[in-house]
Design a protein around this ligand. Structure first.
Ligand code: SAM
Ligand code: DTB
Ligand code: SF4
Length: 322
């Protein structure tokens, strides 16, 4: 979708826009289902990159302590708990610039993925840059989706990161697509970018072929010690508008209301779901930052008459589409 079109969608009167988002959602999704996705940072901190929002970059003095790569057994325990709590997707993140075939750590992650994929959840990883060789290995090990965000517009990207380029991000995404994994790709709002940058980001995402399977919309969590620590919080209505435009422009994607929900009211989140969001990160921790607790989210979904998306196995057993 062209930028001008996205702009005219965005500039509609608020209620017309969210109604249009709602209609796009209803035309494509079984009513009321929200996918719960649990995140785990399997290797935290010490990253060589300088992404200005990220507490895991070694360039900034933040509260994050760098850790080692977690063992398969430890990861499996968390994954099992996530599944027992109702998550249908498990996403493992590593604070690496990227991964390379033959590297012992990459081989270890492949072994972990083989085990986690036996649990029946969608398996997502976010390990930084890769090429087709690594992408194929991940796919063979059981990864269903690879998360690699473009984060913002190509024009604003150099303001955010200097250690890699927007094109590097696109190259990794192309490798993921070639290997046949789903692409999970979205961005962050609240980094000082304009509304135009946010819509440019959507323009790039709508140009993907195939379209991204899921689109995380993160609100900046201003992490102490990072260059973005003093950024003001995102305006909730700007978030809701962006979610509605994302839903309209990418009707079949899971639109994930991602980082920053701890700052959002229940009413704000309800508006996001109405506008078309249909997935959240679930569990009291994101990678390093806080997320609402499981009980809080359960009761929010219940009060909004939303239901956790069923696991795929259950969908197959009941022969419903999901
Ligand atoms: N290193 C990998 C990479 O860069 O793709 C994976 C991990 S990285 C932490 C995954 C995504 O989390 C980033 O692309 C960004 O969109 C989001 N993220 C990281 N820190 C954030 C923050 N402080 N607030 C909001 N979103 C954040
Ligand atoms: C995404 O878009 N958001 C998640 C996931 N993909 C990996 C990560 C959010 C990280 C928030 C900050 C933190 O926990 O350090
Ligand atoms: Fe490293 Fe990813 Fe954080 Fe950038 S976003 S500093 S690549 S962990």
């Amino acid at each position: 979708m062209k930028l001008a079109e996205l702009q005219s969608l965005y500039e509609q009167p608020f209620f017309e826009l969210i109604q249009q988002g709602r209609n796009a959602y209803l035309a494509n999704w079984a009513g009321g289902e929200v996918q719960l996705c649990t995140l785990l940072s399997i290797k935290t901190g010490g990253c060589s990159e300088d992404c200005g929002y990220c507490a895991q970059s070694s360039r900034y003095k933040t509260d994050v302590k760098a850790g080692r790569l977690m063992e398969t057994e430890e990861i499996l325990e968390v994954a099992q708990r996530a599944r027992d709590n109702g998550s249908t997707r498990f996403c493992m993140g590593a604070a690496w610039k990227g991964v390379r075939e033959g590297d012992a750590k990459f081989e270890q992650v492949l072994g972990t993925i083989r085990e986690v994929s036996k649990l029946g959840m969608e398996v997502c990883v976010t390990l930084g840059q890769l090429s087709l060789t690594e992408a194929r290995k991940l796919k063979d090990a059981g990864v269903t989706a690879y998360n690699h965000n473009i984060d913002t517009s190509p024009e604003f990207y150099p303001e955010v990161v200097s250690t890699h380029t927007f094109q590097d991000r696109l190259n990794t995404i192309a490798a993921v697509q070639h290997a046949g994994m789903d692409v999970c790709c979205g961005g962050i709002i609240g980094m000082g970018e304009s509304i135009g940058d946010r819509l440019r980001m959507l323009e790039v995402l709508t140009g993907f072929d195939p379209a991204p399977e899921s689109v995380p919309i993160n609100c900046l969590m201003a992490m102490p010690g990072t260059p973005m620590e003093a950024q003001p919080p995102v305006d909730v209505f700007e978030l809701v508008r962006l979610i509605a435009v994302t839903r309209i422009a990418l009707p079949k994607a899971k639109v994930r209301l991602s980082a920053g929900r701890t700052r959002l009211s229940r009413e704000g989140q309800a508006l996001c779901f109405f506008a078309g969001a249909n997935s959240i990160f679930y569990g009291d921790k994101l990678l390093t930052a806080k997320n609402p607790g499981v009980d809080e989210d359960r009761s929010l979904l219940e009060e909004l008459d939303l239901v956790p998306q069923q696991p795929r196995a259950a969908c197959l057993a009941e022969a419903v589409s999901c």
